[in-house]
Ligand binder design. Structure first.
Ligand code: ZN
Length: 307
């Protein structure tokens, strides 16, 4: 038995020599989008996972014990902030008993800092008024230029936590930014024929995306973010789509299609399932393919390349 233990002990240290696998920075992000960017910047030095999956509503996550365990082991927590995660994250952080990832500590990174945040309220808004975007629109990662800022914040944070590999993070950031610039040229070219086109969206997830790609969000099926459609508001949207000759209704994959389909039936507009995050479908495997798929599906709904 003693010999077996010694053997197992030896095997353990051969398989996991100090400073390799065990030295990875364990990143937990609330969104797959941030995990994807963290992987691009951190390469082999990070191990990233997210709490919300790309096909789930990012405002609501089930606090599963497996996720709390991941938080308890995390070196870095990356959040969207602006209260996107207020409905689930604070109790999960408490339950993780991991001081490192508490707000204000080095293992907590709010990537909204430095990003262009739209729809910041001018008067005081509270969630009691039914609005789940009280500090401005929290879906800002849907502008590739904000993705660039997020990548820079993550690179700086990884270098702070792991200064020995600072040059690696800087190099990966440069490669990420170069690819983003190149890809964005192609995305912009694909969307250029639809400049100024109006769309209706289910949730108010798309102001940054619309601004970047010159679309106009004319209305939302939700009367307010987080408030389900009502008959009177649905009628207003039907009238809006008809009078403005709007072609596309964008619906995030986690909403019921009943109202969007009803509106489409009354107006002839097309319902587009618009995936706002990495992992929404298997083909959206990183931050770049997210925009590949979004620009493809929107281009199709707004008239295709022939228009
Ligand atoms: Zn929202």
């Amino acid at each position: 038995m003693k010999r077996l233990m010694a053997l197992l002990f030896a095997l353990f240290f051969v398989s996991f020599p100090a400073g390799s696998a065990s030295a990875k920075i364990r990143v937990v992000s609330t969104l797959d989008d941030f995990a994807s960017i963290a992987e691009a910047i951190g390469g082999d030095h990070v191990e990233a996972m997210s709490l919300a999956k790309g096909y789930q509503d990012p405002h609501f996550v089930d606090a599963k014990p497996s996720l709390i365990l991941r938080l308890s082991r995390a070196n870095l927590l990356i959040v969207a902030g602006l209260e996107l995660e207020i409905g689930y994250l604070p109790p999960m952080i408490d339950q993780s008993r991991n001081q490192k990832i508490h707000r204000g500590n080095p293992g907590y990174l709010d990537v909204s800092n430095g990003c262009e945040i739209l729809q910041r309220p001018t008067a005081q808004v509270t969630r009691a008024m039914g609005d789940i975007h009280p500090f401005g629109n929290p879906h800002y990662w849907l502008d590739p230029e904000n993705g660039r800022i997020i990548a820079r914040s993550i690179a700086a944070k990884l270098a702070e936590l792991d200064p020995a590999n600072q040059a690696v993070y800087q190099g990966n950031l440069a490669a990420f930014e170069a690819k983003l610039t190149e890809k964005d040229r192609a995305w912009q070219a694909k969307m250029a024929p639809f400049a100024g086109a109006k769309v209706v969206t289910f949730h108010n997830s798309w102001p940054n995306f619309a601004k970047h790609f010159n679309l106009v969000v004319a209305g939302h099926i939700e009367p307010k973010p987080g408030i389900p459609p009502s008959p009177s508001h649905t009628l207003e949207i039907i009238n809006l789509i008809s009078s403005e000759k709007i072609h596309a209704i964008l619906v995030e994959p986690y909403f019921d299609l009943k109202t969007p389909k009803f509106i489409a039936g009354k107006t002839g507009a097309t319902v587009v399932i618009a995936y706002p995050s990495v992992g929404g479908t298997p083909e959206i495997k990183d931050y770049f393919t997210l925009f590949d798929v979004l620009t493809d599906s929107l281009g199709k709904a707004l008239g295709g390349p022939s228009q």
